[in-house]
Design a protein around this ligand. Structure first.
Ligand SMILES: [Zn+2]
Length: 324
């Protein structure tokens, strides 16, 4: 059996795991990132978290074939450099891969965390079939994250900025986005912006079963609450999630025209809505899609759940090992 060490670096927590070559998590560990103390402290914590989980698995580092790191923000995967990171302020061109490899004495690879998560679904998740070599993962949370796997490889792009699907413009002159553009997918279809759109309608006094919740505390009008209301026939909630699905379908169609993938994989909190979300995206997809050349692309819910980041980090380690 071959073992990999996955390190999922988040803005709040560092998660580490010893994972075997079937993608099974043998042991996992989580500890605070302490990002406010700077890059060197984070590096030290990553090393501690790695040692802790390897000991907990009753192994030593020499049992680990490869280490994989998933890091937020753009990375230069080839050179193992974190270019910048939204949650780790002050990080700029940080040579994380080599520093971890030196500290732990094992060969190490680095990828953007969303790319790694997509690769994890390709490895042992919903795309785990030799027939599936092209998949696109879209994560619906505070923002819209994504990763693209083509021909069994992560698409990195020239500067590590590929697969920023959340900032695909789906509505010309549309809603303002934090990135400086207007009409980005994220401004319509992330879980948090879905809630914002519902609150805007509720603020106008539109009739809805959500009015009571909204009036007592607008923060309680979450994507989950909206999906629940829609399931109970609430018209406003249904319209809001239908718009979320409509823009996701447009993005999927545009991506299908460009990349001809085999599957889309939806992850993140809002994907827990399952068929209530997928069936709506599917119906807009079918209605708007280019009928001349159906390619059989499928829309799916991700399989790896809370361990997606960890398994994704191990997945890039597995990939490095198979390519050695
Ligand atoms: Zn944007």
């Amino acid at each position: 059996m071959t073992y990999f060490l996955g390190i999922d670096l988040g803005g709040t927590n560092i998660k580490t795991g010893v994972i075997d070559d079937t993608g099974k998590v043998i042991r996992k560990h989580s500890q605070p990132t302490e990002a406010k103390y700077g890059a060197d402290r984070v590096l030290k914590n990553m090393v501690d978290a790695a040692n802790t989980v390897v000991s907990a698995a009753e192994m030593s580092l020499k049992d680990i074939t490869y280490i994989g790191i998933g890091s937020p923000g753009p990375v230069d995967a080839e050179n193992g450099i974190v270019i910048s990171s939204p949650n780790l302020s002050g990080w700029s061109n940080y040579p994380m891969r080599n520093l971890i490899a030196q500290a732990l004495g094992r060969p190490t690879v680095l990828a953007n965390d969303a790319n790694a998560a997509a690769f994890g679904e390709y490895w042992v998740g919903v795309g785990a079939s030799p027939d599936i070599q092209n998949l696109i993962m879209i994560t619906l949370g505070t923002g819209v994250g994504s990763g693209i796997v083509l021909n069994g490889q992560i698409v990195q792009g020239t500067c590590g900025y590929a697969a920023e699907i959340g900032h695909m413009i789906v509505q010309p002159d549309g809603r303002e986005c934090g990135c400086g553009q207007r009409g980005c997918l994220e401004t319509y279809s992330s879980a948090s912006r879905t809630a914002v759109r519902a609150c805007e309608l509720l603020a106008k006094g539109k009739p809805s079963s959500l009015q009571e919740i909204y009036k007592s505390d607008p923060q309680q009008v979450t994507a989950k609450v909206i999906f629940d209301a829609a399931a109970n026939g609430d018209e406003l909630a249904t319209d809001v999630i239908d718009q979320t699905a409509y823009y996701l379908a447009l993005a999927c169609i545009n991506l299908t025209r460009i990349l001809d993938p085999q599957m889309f994989v939806f992850a993140g909190g809002m994907a827990l809505a399952g068929d209530a979300l997928i069936s709506r995206i599917n119906s807009h997809f079918e209605a708007q899609n280019w009928h001349a050349a159906p390619n059989g692309v499928t829309l799916n819910i991700a399989k790896l759940g809370n361990d997606a980041g960890l398994i994704g980090a191990a997945a890039i380690a597995w990939d490095a090992n198979r390519n050695d």
